[in-house]
Design a protein around this ligand. Structure first.
Ligand code: NAG
Ligand code: NAG
Ligand code: NAG
Ligand code: NAG
Ligand code: NAG
Length: 369
């Protein structure tokens, strides 16, 4: 009976019975081998099971055009969209722009800096504090546009993260030249326009009014607007406060952004968003009265994240409202294929059935001798 329990959890996770059939003898083998020694490294084992899952559901690759905007949307499961984060050099861009790669969306940062450390300041691809790059914004956009033109059906979306109002305004000529031709795939313009959690006061936010004024020129671009954040491995408490969410809504309202028809997404940092479910629901609902809006959950490697609460947040909004640009480790912990019982429930069931299995194997073994 306990044994059946194990089989059930295993097959419900991997989506087939083949795995559990194969795993049974394997597990027994390992058990026999390890029964006198150290316990089987269960966390390692579980990791391998996760890796066996098929990486992407083919149905999400289905592409359709929305309205007359020619905005490309990937199915309805936004969490299945794959991201390349901080593509800020020619080498990284080359790696992402391949036919065989499975990247849907390219995220990159723009600062005012120097190409190869020489000449005039210009918009280049780099993340502060870096200000030198081997890739300019103009070249970056051009290469993506060329790739997408030559690869119909495999176009990649692009998210441009502007790190200051100066670099954004300094990029307008380049954007004017390129964005109108970037048709049939998503172009997002991102900036952190407000100071956010936790009592963040080190990074100066991008001036909201000037940012929105510039964005008005690109009606087909989605606006990705967030808060500067202060978070990491040692943070636990901290949330997008009601005041910070109200300030966002206020900024959208005074700049008439809600009447332009531009799509809006709020980039939120995973560890903080997990603690801010109510406020984020209120914000998205308020914006939704006028226009469609989504969340884009991102995370830095090493950030503390309460995985269960983040799952609650994602399933609370639904996978059709949430983009997920997080390190692979966090994505696999989230275990979004398993919408029912929750990751921790799975883990405890797994642990429980594993222990039961040990008892069962041990007793059969003892009976035989
Ligand atoms: C279990 O495996 C993981 C991943 O390989 C490793 O990091 C960890 O140290 C192992 N734990 C033990 C107790 O062997
Ligand atoms: C920035 O925030 C920290 C932590 O809350 C505080 O100690 C510091 O005084 C603040 N600095 C400024 C310039 O507001
Ligand atoms: C956004 O709102 C405006 C004004 O209400 C409306 O004209 C437009 O169609 C809306 N766009 C979307 C995508 O809902
Ligand atoms: C957003 O608004 C539309 C139209 O009013 C509604 O059908 C939809 O359920 C809303 N979605 C959310 C998540 O509130
Ligand atoms: C959405 O995509 C994630 C990531 O690929 C996947 O784990 C999950 O099963 C999908 N959910 C639905 C409802 O399609």
């Amino acid at each position: 009976m306990l044994f059946k329990f194990f089989k059930f959890t295993e097959s419900s996770r991997s989506g087939g019975s083949t795995n559990s059939a194969l795993l049974m003898p394997l597990l027994l083998l390992v058990l026999v081998a390890k029964i006198n020694g150290a316990a089987l490294n269960a966390s390692n084992y579980q990791y391998q099971v996760v890796e066996q899952r098929t990486p992407a559901d083919p149905q999400i690759v289905e592409i359709f055009l929305k309205d007359s905007d020619m905005v490309k949307v990937w199915g309805t499961n936004l969490t299945a969209i794959t991201w390349a984060h901080a593509v800020n050099s020619q080498q990284l861009l080359d790696e992402v722009l391949t036919e065989t790669g499975n990247i849907d969306f390219i995220e990159a940062d723009i600062v005012l800096g120097k190409l190869n450390g020489e000449g005039e300041d210009m918009p280049v691809m780099a993340h502060p504090p870096a200000i030198i790059s081997d890739l300019t914004l103009a070249e970056f956009l051009y290469q993506i546009m060329e790739f997408n033109r030559d690869h119909e059906g495999q176009e990649k979306g692009v998210k441009l993260d502007f790190k200051s109002i100066e670099v954004f305004e300094g990029s307008l000529d380049i954007l004017d030249e390129n964005i109108p031709s970037m048709i049939g795939y998503p172009v997002w313009i991102n900036a952190d326009i407000l100071s956010g959690p936790v009592e963040q006061n080190k990074t100066v936010p991008v001036d909201a009014d000037r940012f929105f004024a510039g964005c008005m020129r690109y009606k087909q671009a989605a606006l990705s607007i967030g808060w500067t954040t202060n978070w990491g491995a040692d943070f636990r408490d901290g949330e997008y406060t009601q005041d910070q969410c109200d300030a966002m809504l206020e900024s959208l309202t005074v700049n008439n952004v809600l009447s332009t028809g531009q799509a809006i997404t709020f980039p939120v940092r995973a560890g903080i968003a997990a603690n801010s479910q109510e406020q984020l629901h209120r914000l998205v609902a308020a914006v939704n009265e006028t226009n469609e809006s989504t969340l884009t959950i991102w995370s830095s490697a090493g950030d503390y994240v309460d995985v269960d609460r983040l799952r609650q947040l994602i399933f609370g909004f639904g996978v059709e409202k949430v983009y997920l640009d997080v390190p692979e480790e966090l994505a696999s912990q989230l275990d979004l294929g398993n919408s029912g019982s929750g990751a921790s429930t799975f883990k405890s069931l797994f642990g429980f059935s594993f222990v039961s299995l040990c008892f069962w194997a041990l007793s059969s073994w003892l009976q035989r001798i």
